[in-house]
Design a protein around this ligand. Structure first.
Ligand code: ADP
Ligand code: MG
Length: 328
């Protein structure tokens, strides 16, 4: 695809924990199992899937908060997964992250002004007046009042606190922001305000986003491309418009039908997706979705499907016939 910004290739991360009583060994949890993705410059890649499928692990690996076991992430010709942690410092400034719960990442004893100034000073030792000006500019672009500068995080609502977290991420003039469920804790009406803010900032500053959410309807709003993930693997990837005009993967279909519809016909999540997601400690053989797939056939239990489709819309599903497009 054109304008590739970060190319993720075959990224893997296994967590080892405790000791298995029956296996006599350690538990191996495959959090991400060979993920490849392209993130386009100045665009938003939405990453969606049920809780525990490995979304945050991908985001955290990209900014080296988590170390992957293997795989690459190529940025400007350099594999940023391979470079030493100490050599990652210049990228720290370019790559930022915002979380679901900004409260836990904002120091409650610091005013908003101090929080922002600390970051500006750290990355850019400017004069006092310049720091102050930049601080007000950040408040302005994130839709916060000028007098917020002297207030503490607890004096704000959840949506405003997310604006503060966004302002703090912007303070270093980043190129790329991992947005990890940034609106999941907010009321629906506030969610769209924050999403619109993120979109506006992308337009103004050309920022690239990896936008993570368990909610396809949220991802749909902000994304240019969408990747659907299940138990550590990408199931489907598509440019947004193509995805919604023609779904390939039964898992994507069930995610879509679990998006609440407007009243009066509100389809419940249980109707759409049957059963619980299997434990990542014990991932089903073949296609990991086969235990819940309404269209399962024999081969699905044995073999993970090959990639089918084109670069801008593909999926891993035995039901896709290469001659047809999508599942009939
Ligand atoms: P998501 O963001 O999609 O909810 P995560 O990437 O947070 O999923 O987690 C993927 C899997 O890895 C989950 O089963 C989670 O419990 C596990 N996991 C995440 N972080 C750790 C860790 N530090 N140690 C052990 N297991 C972890
Ligand atoms: Mg997560």
């Amino acid at each position: 695809m054109e304008n590739n910004y970060i190319s993720i290739r075959n990224l893997k991360k296994v967590y080892t924990s405790g000791s298995g009583i029956f296996s006599g060994g350690k538990h191996q949890l495959k959090a991400i199992d060979g993920v490849s993705l392209e993130i386009r410059k100045g665009k938003t890649l939405g990453l969606v899937g049920e809780s525990g499928c490995g979304k945050s692990t991908i985001g955290r690996c990209l900014i080296r908060l988590t170390e992957p076991d293997s795989g690459e992430a190529i940025y400007q010709g350099i594999d940023i997964m391979k470079i030493k942690k100490s050599e990652f410092t210049p990228y720290r400034k370019k790559f930022q992250i915002i979380f679901q719960d900004p409260y836990s990442s904002l120091n409650p004893r610091m005013t908003v002004g101090d929080i922002l100034k600390e970051i500006i000073k750290f990355h850019n030792p400017n004069k006092k007046k310049e720091i102050e000006d930049k601080c007000y500019k950040l408040l302005e672009v994130t839709g916060l009042n000028r007098n917020s500068i002297n207030k503490y995080p607890h004096e704000f609502s959840g949506g405003q606190r997310q604006r503060i977290a966004i302002a703090r991420a912007l303070a270093v003039e980043p190129e790329f922001i991992v947005c990890d469920e940034p609106v999941s804790a907010l009321d629906v009406s506030i969610q769209s305000q924050i999403i619109n803010l993120l979109k506006d900032l992308q337009k103004e500053f050309g920022i690239t986003y990896l936008f993570i959410s368990h909610d396809l309807s949220v991802v749909k709003h902000i994304s240019d491309d969408i990747a659907v993930m299940y138990l550590g693997k990408i199931m489907e990837f598509s440019e947004k418009e193509k995805l919604f005009s023609e779904l390939y993967h039964p898992y994507t279909k069930s995610l879509l039908s679990s998006v609440p519809k407007p009243e009066p016909r509100n389809k419940s999540r249980a109707e759409a997706l049957k059963g619980e997601i299997p434990s990542p400690l014990n991932i089903p053989s073949g296609c990991p979705f086969h235990t819940r797939c309404p269209q399962v056939i024999d081969i699905c239990t044995e073999l993970f499907p090959s990639k089918r489709g084109s670069d801008n819309h593909y999926a891993y599903c035995h039901l896709i016939n290469d001659k047809t497009s999508g599942i009939k």
